[in-house]
Design a protein around this ligand. Structure first.
Ligand code: HEM
Length: 115
């Protein structure tokens, strides 16, 4: 009976322990690298001002819009005009309150705008 209990409990303890540590590790490192974590000044955003390398700031976020230029339903020219700029007004004037553009924008986030 004592042997049976030990045989059952030991693997269970290993399972619980590995589940705990396993849960903590992936939730920090990959999420941190996947999520935007850089801090950028407007001066840096302004250097990414071409069709091939297009960043823009919207409110306190910095976004890499390069891949969106040729996919924007409203036309590539609208996005090209934003490259290297603070696009807060342009974005909000056109898309304020619209779920789809806001969600799309979030997917391009690379960091936070700092002073
Ligand atoms: C980073 C900035 C922007 C993002 C992420 C974005 C995203 C989007 C998305 C997702 C749609 C499709 C909406 C839907 O299907 O319901 C859309 C449509 C549109 N966008 Fe933008 N947009 C941006 C900036 C702009 C700007 C600055 C303008 C105008 C100056 C603009 C003008 C339009 C127009 C006119 C449409 C409608 C196209 C149509 O229905 O044929 N967008 N945008």
């Amino acid at each position: 009976m004592r042997i049976r209990t030990g045989t059952l409990l030991a693997p269970l303890a290993v399972l619980v322990l590995s589940a705990c540590s396993g849960g903590a590790t992936p939730s920090t490192s990959p999420a941190d690298t996947a999520t935007a974590s850089g801090n950028y000044r407007m001066a840096e955003v302004a250097t990414h001002n071409t069709r091939e390398d297009c960043w823009a700031a919207v409110d306190s976020g910095v976004y890499d819009l390069t891949s969106w230029i040729d996919r924007h339903p409203g036309g590539s020219d609208k996005i090209i005009a934003l490259c290297g700029t603070d696009a807060t007004d342009a974005f909000n004037n056109q898309h304020s309150g619209d779920t789809k553009p806001a969600e799309q924008l979030m997917s391009f986030r690379i960091g936070t705008l700092v002073d």
